[in-house]
Structure formats: structure tokens, C-alpha cells
Design a protein around this ligand. Structure first.
Ligand SMILES: CC(C)(COP(=O)(O)OP(=O)(O)OC[C@H]1O[C@@H](n2cnc3c(N)ncnc32)[C@H](O)[C@@H]1OP(=O)(O)O)[C@@H](O)C(=O)NCCC(=O)NCCS
Length: 166
């Protein structure tokens, strides 16, 4: 199993896995599959070219099976220590093997060592059991945001989590 930072040249593998995540678990993410599918190839590549975005992917037998992404605000002095985490996904067939946890551990290490990030911040839908993974890793639930997501006439609440890694 290989964990690595996704380079712009890997954009097609990244796109494929992200679309798989949005198809398999649409309720877990704020972006719809239709929105992602309507992105141009250039837009997918641009996502991986941004210096303030870091995407990690796990590859097993040549097949991408997991990913996570972080983005931050390097030009905003007061906020530059915070990374917003999103898109955590492990393919159904590979779950329960510790891959999600390993992705988060590696992401924290990369962000701290290479980008001087001190604080992780993320949102989880109210009924998403992924919250248990974050809690086991020391993320602290600091709030419940009401009606944060609206989809097809239904409102959903989201928990806000944070972890100091400095
Ligand atoms: C959440 C997700 C990434 C977990 O990936 P995974 O590789 O199966 O997780 P791991 O095997 O690394 O689990 C790590 C720990 O979290 C716990 N955990 C993970 N998923 C869990 C779940 N659905 N319910 C309860 N506990 C869970 C595990 O029991 C494990 O605990 P342990 O360290 O005590 O053994 C995966 O289920 C997924 O892709 N879900 C759909 C997308 C999603 O919800 N993403 C998060 C958006 S906020």
C-alpha cells in the first residue's frame, strides 16, 4: 500500500477516485456528483496545482483506494496555521483496515512538517459514523451547525471538529 502526495500529473486518478467517493457516499460530502462531473479537465488539474492545497492518495495494487485533502490560507497571517480538511474517503472494499486513520496521520505529519500547520479543522454530517474515526484520533467536537447543508429541499446539520497538532 503506497501513500503519497498527489501531483498535478495524477489528476485523472484523483478525479476518478473523487467521483467514486461522491457516487458511493453522496451524503458524506458538500459537493454533488453533478457539480464535480461538470468540472473541466483543466479545473481538476488546477485543484492539484494550488500551493495551499495538499491531497494525499493511497494506492493498492496500482489502484487508488483512498484520499484526503487539506487547504489553508498562506497569505492570511492570522489564519495561516489552520488547515481545513475534507474529502476523506476509502473505497468500500478497503474499509476497516486502518487506511482512513493512516491517511489522517500522514496528512497531519505532512501539514505540520512541510507547511507549518498547527490546527486541523473539519466538518462531519450529523449522522456520519466517520465522526468516530476523528474522535478516536483526538479531534474535539466544538459545535453543531444547524442547516449547514441543503439538498433537494432537505436541511442537514454538521458537526465542527478541531485538533491542535502544534
Ligand atoms: C470514514 C472512512 C474514511 C473510514 O475509513 P476506514 O479506512 O474504514 O477507517 P479505519 O479502518 O482507518 O478506522 C479507524 C478507526 O475509526 C473507526 N471507524 C472508522 N469508520 C467507522 C464507522 N463507520 N463507524 C464506527 N467507527 C468507525 C474504526 O473502528 C477504527 O477504530 P480503531 O482505531 O479503534 O480500530 C470510510 O468509512 C469512508 O470513506 N466513508 C465514506 C466517506 C466519509 O464519510 N468520509 C468522511 C467525510 S467527513
Amino acid at each position: 500500500m503506497i501513500f503519497s502526495k498527489v501531483a498535478p500529473a495524477d489528476w485523472q486518478a484523483y478525479k476518478e477516485l473523487r467521483l467514486q467517493a461522491l457516487a458511493e457516499n453522496p451524503q458524506a460530502f458538500a459537493v454533488t456528483i453533478e457539480e464535480a462531473e461538470s468540472r473541466t479537465d483543466e479545473a481538476w488539474q488546477e485543484l492539484l496545482q494550488q500551493p495551499h492545497i495538499c491531497t494525499l492518495m493511497v494506492v493498492e495494487d496500482g489502484q487508488p483506494v483512498g484520499m484526503v485533502r487539506a487547504q489553508w490560507k498562506p497569505k492570511n497571517e492570522k489564519l495561516r496555521h489552520i488547515a481545513d480538511i475534507g474529502s476523506l474517503f476509502v473505497a468500500n472494499s478497503q474499509r476497516g483496515k486502518g487506511i482512513g486513520k493512516q491517511l489522517m496521520i500522514k496528512l497531519e505529519a505532512v501539514l505540520k512538517e512541510q507547511y507549518e500547520i498547527l490546527k486541523m479543522k473539519l466538518f462531519v454530517m450529523e449522522d456520519n459514523p466517520a465522526a468516530q474515526l476523528y474522535e478516536k484520533m483526538g479531534y474535539r467536537q466544538v459545535g453543531l451547525l444547524k442547516r449547514e447543508i441543503g439538498h433537494e429541499g432537505v436541511w442537514y446539520n454538521e458537526y465542527l471538529y478541531e485538533k491542535w497538532i502544534g
